[in-house]
Design a protein around this ligand. Structure first.
Ligand SMILES: [Zn+2]
Ligand SMILES: [Zn+2]
Length: 246
C-alpha cells in the first residue's frame, strides 16, 4: 500500500461514514458509485423511446399534443412526471447537490445522442429561469443541466440568447391555453443566434408552453431548428370522473 493510500484511506472512510451516498429518489443509504436504490431503479417510470411522440415527448398512448403544433422540431424526455422521478427532481431543486445534476444530465445526454442520432448540434442552451426562481433556489437548475449536457456531448453551451421577464404570473396557477399566452410574453431573445441545430434544455415539460415560446424566440433569433430535452414530461390530462350521486 502506498503512503498516500495509507493516509487518505481513514479520511475517505470517515467521509463515507459521515456523509453516506443516498438514493436520489427516496433518500435511502446506497453504495458509493450508485445513484438509486434497487427498489427505485425498478419502479421509476421511464418514457419508452420506441413509443415516444416526437411532438410532446410522451408515449403515444399518453400524448398531450394532439391539437397543437410546436415551434420546436422534436423533444426527448427521460421520465414520466410521476411518483419517484418527480420526487427526485424535487430533491434536486431543493438540495443543490451536484450529483443530482450529473445524474439527470447523463440520462438526458444519452437520450439525445441515441434518439437524435445523426443530428449535428451546434450549441446547447436552456430555458432561462426568472430572477425570482434563481433567488428562491439559489441556483439555476436548467442552466446547470444544460452545461453538463454540453460538456458530455462536447458542444458549446451558449448562454444569454434568451431572457425571461419577471412580471408574468406563475405558470403553475394558469390553465392550459393561458400558459401558452403567458409564456409567449414571458421570453424574448436579446441577441442573434446563427445556429443550424440547437438543443434547448429544461427540467420539466408540462404543457410545453415555455419550451414552445423559447423555441419561437430562438427561431426569430436566427436558429434554423430547435430540439428539446427535459428530465420529466407530463402526459395527457386525465378527464375528471364525475362522482355518481347515491
Ligand atoms: Zn430509492
Ligand atoms: Zn404528442
Amino acid at each position: 500500500m502506498r503512503f498516500d493510500e495509507i493516509v487518505l484511506f481513514p479520511f475517505d472512510a470517515l467521509k463515507i461514514a459521515l456523509f453516506p451516498k443516498k438514493c436520489i429518489c427516496c433518500g435511502e443509504i446506497i453504495d458509493e458509485g450508485e445513484d438509486m436504490c434497487y427498489i427505485c431503479q425498478n419502479n421509476i417510470e421511464l418514457i419508452n423511446p420506441k413509443k415516444r411522440c416526437k411532438f410532446c415527448g410522451n408515449e403515444k398512448d399518453n400524448c398531450s399534443c394532439k391539437t397543437r403544433v410546436y415551434y420546436f422540431k422534436n423533444i426527448v424526455c427521460v421520465y414520466k412526471n410521476t411518483g419517484l422521478a418527480r420526487q427526485a427532481l424535487y430533491r434536486f431543486k431543493l438540495s443543490k447537490k451536484s450529483h443530482y445534476a450529473e445524474y439527470f444530465a447523463d440520462k438526458m445526454a444519452h437520450c439525445v445522442m441515441t434518439e437524435f442520432k445523426g443530428i449535428k448540434f451546434s450549441a446547447v442552451t436552456c430555458v432561462p429561469s426568472s430572477l425570482h426562481s434563481k433567488l428562491l433556489r439559489g441556483f439555476d437548475h436548467s442552466k446547470l443541466l444544460a452545461q453538463i449536457i454540453a460538456e458530455k456531448m462536447k458542444i458549446p453551451f451558449v448562454d444569454g440568447i434568451l431572457k425571461s421577464r419577471h412580471f408574468v404570473k406563475s405558470q403553475h396557477k394558469s390553465d392550459f391555453s393561458s400558459r401558452f399566452e403567458n409564456a409567449k410574453s414571458k421570453y424574448y431573445f436579446v441577441k442573434k443566434a446563427k445556429y443550424k441545430n440547437i438543443l434547448l434544455v429544461d427540467d420539466i415539460k408540462t404543457t410545453g408552453a415555455s419550451l414552445d415560446s423559447c423555441a419561437r424566440q430562438l427561431l426569430l433569433a436566427g436558429v434554423e431548428n430547435v430540439y428539446c430535452a427535459t428530465v420529466l414530461s407530463s402526459g395527457a390530462r386525465k378527464k375528471k370522473v364525475e362522482k355518481i350521486q347515491s
